[in-house]
Design a protein around this ligand. Structure first.
Ligand SMILES: Cc1cc2nc3c(=O)[nH]c(=O)nc-3n(C[C@H](O)[C@H](O)[C@H](O)COP(=O)(O)OP(=O)(O)OC[C@H]3O[C@@H](n4cnc5c(N)ncnc54)[C@H](O)[C@@H]3O)c2cc1C
Ligand SMILES: NC(=O)c1ccc[n+]([C@@H]2O[C@H](COP(=O)([O-])OP(=O)(O)OC[C@H]3O[C@@H](n4cnc5c(N)ncnc54)[C@H](O)[C@@H]3O)[C@@H](O)[C@H]2O)c1
Length: 474
């Protein structure tokens, strides 16, 4: 009989906590998970799931409105009609379904779901506070998965109706004629795709000098050509939104990032603030173990997902997901959860961030895994190796031609000496699925020379990558 109530208590039932719980049960750990709000956290309720439902519906509207594209395949359709609230229902219904599935999967596996606010109450102790009062539990291991919330810069006032973050945008409560989107990261890009497909005019405001600063430069350039230039999108770069006031109209003060001078004041119907996310790490009781969060509020962890104090692991304390600030992605969170459990069970494992892919589900999609060309070159300089790249284009791919979807490219980045694949970047239809093959290759530190021998199905889009490996052979 264990002296603890549980082998593992997880604080936060987002995808990070859920992934960890499922794996913990598989490994025989008696597990409880604490959730203060919505089971499934950001991804299920306010993130991946509703946004992908909106992208799926609005993507079809875009497709059926593209008479030229359809005509090229001999198809004619009348005007496309859609119902905003029915599209919103599609997203809401999917959220309910996935939230139910996730909760049931935990119940089925006999994970105890404790509703309330979880807080560390000392070594191997957690208190859950709810309307029913406080209850303290002991656990051999405690895992923190509190996730993240939208970051709203100073000067921006939200009202949830005319000025809002993705938390409201996923509900699609309105389709403003003219919407400003602050930030050209994942959320800015995906929602500009949704809004323009559904007939809204968009103004995108980005503080850095280039749009989509997180992507490989060449991919960002091509994305600008396919996702921004042909659409009803006006852009500002090198410009901060310094003051945003809700109302009719919403006013947005724009300030030049370099001169710090106000350059314009926009009057628009609505404003989506998509300026990044910050960790939800307040009031977790970390001080009871003298653990300090870093300057930006993230929980310091090593690659085994152990929480660090003064650079050293705190025994029996783990953290995964957005709150660790490594890669704010759902699959990264659940992947970290699995690694943490493996280590809890005494099997030493480290997370490999290089092989975790990412995708923006725009039309066309963008995906990548590993290093950008710039990062690879920087690493090459440090470690004395040369970097090479090879590119292939969708317009030379039979399947893309058959689909009439020829906009896109794949870029592979590799070491010139050993051929080791360092990064892959794709823009084009189904890029989010195509990237997995590259992610698996990077996880094995495969060389382009070996990869070029793999036989790919014909005719498929996967041959875009096949062709790139073949061009890259060293
Ligand atoms: C609009 C949008 C779209 C996205 N799309 C994608 C996508 O397509 N693909 C992708 O990979 N990622 C996507 N993401 C990112 C993804 O949602 C996050 O990376 C993921 O949700 C992180 O999971 P997590 O478990 O770390 O945290 P969260 O999902 O934020 O979950 C944390 C949970 O912990 C709970 N909690 C916090 N503190 C406590 C406490 N003290 N006690 C009890 N409960 C607590 C919270 O209520 C929450 O439910 C998207 C994000 C957004 C905002
Ligand atoms: N498909 C996906 O995987 C997906 C989709 C949506 C969100 N997410 C995750 O959610 C997180 C948050 O997404 P996001 O798009 O909000 O963040 P982001 O970090 O991707 O992009 C934020 C952008 O806003 C800009 N910015 C910040 N302050 C500004 C200001 N005052 N004025 C103008 N521009 C400003 C930044 O320079 C940056 O380019 C991301 O880290 C991402 O991992 C993932």
């Amino acid at each position: 009989m264990s002296k603890f109530d549980y082998d593992l208590i997880i604080i936060g039932a987002g995808v990070g906590g859920h992934g960890a719980a499922i794996h913990a049960v598989k490994c025989g750990l008696k597990t409880a998970i604490i959730e203060a709000e919505d089971m499934g956290g950001t991804c299920v309720n306010r993130g991946c799931i509703p946004s992908k439902a909106l992208l799926a519906a609005s993507g079809r509207v875009r497709e059926f409105n593209d008479a030229h594209h359809l005509q090229s395949m001999g198809i004619q359709v009348g005007g496309v009609q859609f119902d905003r609230s029915a599209i919103a229902d599609h997203a809401n219904n999917l959220v309910s379904k996935i939230q139910g599935d996730l909760t049931n999967s935990l119940k089925r596996l006999k994970v105890d779901i404790l509703r309330g606010w979880g807080k560390i109450a000392g070594k191997q102790k957690v208190t859950v506070s709810s309307d029913q009062g406080d209850k303290t539990y002991t656990a051999k291991n405690v895992m923190l998965c509190p996730g993240s919330v939208p970051f709203v810069p100073r000067g921006i006032e939200l009202d949830g109706k005319t000025v809002f973050t993705s938390d409201n945008a996923v509900k699609l409560e309105s389709l403003p004629d003219w919407i400003a989107i602050i930030g050209s990261g994942y959320i800015g890009l995906e929602f500009s795709d949704v809004y323009t497909a559904l007939g809204c005019e968009v103004t995108m405001i980005e503080a850095l000098d280039n749009l989509m600063p997180g992507f490989d430069t060449e991919i960002a350039k091509m994305a600008k050509r396919s996702l921004i230039a042909p659409r009803d999108i006006e852009t500002y770069t090198g410009v901060f939104a310094t003051k945003v006031t809700p109302g009719a109209p919403v006013t947005i003060e724009l300030t030049d990032a370099k001169t710090k001078e106000v350059i314009d004041v926009l009057e628009v119907d609505a404003c989506l603030v998509a300026t990044g996310r910050i960790p939800a790490t307040k009031n977790l009781g970390l001080e009871s173990l003298a653990v300090e969060i870093d300057k930006r509020g993230f929980i310091p962890v090593n690659d085994k997902m152990q929480v660090l104090k003064d650079g050293k692991p705190v025994p029996h304390l783990w953290a995964v997901g957005d709150a660790t600030g490594k890669m704010m992605l759902a699959h990264a969170a659940s992947g970290q959860g699995v690694i943490a459990i493996e280590n809890i069970c005494g099997r030493s494992q480290e997370i490999d961030y290089r092989s975790i892919p990412a995708a923006a589900f725009t039309h066309p999609e963008i995906s990548y895994v590993g290093l950008t060309e710039a990062d690879a070159k920087e690493l090459g300089e440090k470690e004395s190796f040369k970097v090479a790249t090879a590119k292939t284009y969708y317009k030379g791919n039979s399947k893309a031609l058959a689909e009439g979807e020829t906009e896109g490219m794949a870029k592979v980045i590799y070491r010139k000496d050993t051929g080791e694949l360092l990064g892959v970047h794709i823009i084009g239809i189904h890029a989010s699925d195509l990237i997995q093959e590259a992610a698996n290759a990077i996880s094995q530190r495969e060389s382009v020379t070996n990869l070029a021998f793999n036989v790919h199905t014909h005719p498929t889009l996967s041959e875009v990558l096949d062709e790139a490996y073949k061009r890259a052979v060293v």
